[in-house]
Design a protein around this ligand. Structure first.
Ligand code: PXP
Length: 252
């Protein structure tokens, strides 16, 4: 099995910098355009309840001004559902959200919230929006995605990225491998993301049952030093190299 690994570039933190001063600069839509030119396969943006980075206008503009598929990360709330149904992004990734958190700290407890999630997933699917659930790499959460008829899961790679290199990180990587294989075995498309960097992306990219990575904070941080174009191209190359090495495919 060898599928090209897609890269979704998360542009939230371009908006974080813009919002530090108000105004329009730097423009996340310009970053999305640049990401497309640098080889991104999709754009990911999280419209948070408190609008701390991406704004409603950003979502509208990403839908109308950018050709790449938009993956809207959203909490499972009535407000976000209405916004998703209005803009009809290619995909909606349901994430847990707590106002006081700095970033999305853990996966969605889909298994513990089946009743609340079922109508939301169904409404998004009925609007032709590809639903993904951002979950920790746990079998019960994958089974919950199946029960909810969500076609995609995104595995939270935060614990893997934060683990000390060595046995602890290898254990987290194994959890991701097992979860990704289980997702494929039950017919789900498997994505992964959160906290990935040049140092941590390779082993995740090498898991052949993962078809998409969503990466943001590190790329925007690296862009300060060498530009967004160069950061995305280097990440893309690291992903491709790891995938080729894992599948034994020769480079063209
Ligand atoms: N995937 C999901 C579902 C996320 O919530 C985030 C963070 O917004 C990412 C991927 C990207 O994480 P990072 O910005 O740490 O690369």
């Amino acid at each position: 099995m060898n599928r090209r690994l897609r890269l979704g570039v998360n542009i939230d933190h371009v908006a974080t910098i813009r919002n530090a001063r108000g105004g329009r600069h730097p423009d996340p839509v310009r970053a999305a355009r640049l990401a497309a030119a640098a080889g991104a396969d999709g754009i990911t943006a999280h419209l948070r309840e408190d609008r701390r980075h991406i704004s409603d206008l950003d979502i509208e503009r990403l839908g109308t001004e950018i050709d790449l598929p938009l993956n809207l990360e959203m909490a499972a709330t009535a407000e976000m559902l209405a916004i998703a149904l209005r803009h009809r992004p290619h995909a909606a990734c349901i994430v847990p959200e707590r106002r006081e958190e700095v970033t999305t700290e853990g996966g969605l407890d889909a298994a513990g919230n089946l009743a609340a999630l079922r109508p939301l997933v169904a409404e998004l699917a009925a609007a032709d929006i590809r639903v993904s659930l951002f979950i920790d790499p746990e079998p019960a959460q994958i089974d919950a995605a199946v029960a909810l008829a969500a076609p995609v899961v995104e595995l939270h790679t935060g614990a893997y990225c934060e683990a000390v290199a060595g046995a602890a990180r290898e254990a987290e990587l194994e959890r991701l491998r097992v979860a990704a294989d289980r997702a494929e075995a039950v017919g789900l498309e498997c994505h992964a993301g959160h906290g990935l960097s040049y140092d941590t992306v390779g082993p995740v990219a090498a898991i052949p049952t993962i078809v998409e990575l969503n990466i943001g904070h590190f790329l925007v941080g690296e862009a300060i030093f060498g530009g967004l174009d160069s950061a995305i191209k280097r990440m893309r190359a690291a992903m491709d190299q790891a995938r080729r090495a894992a599948t034994g495919e020769r480079s063209a």
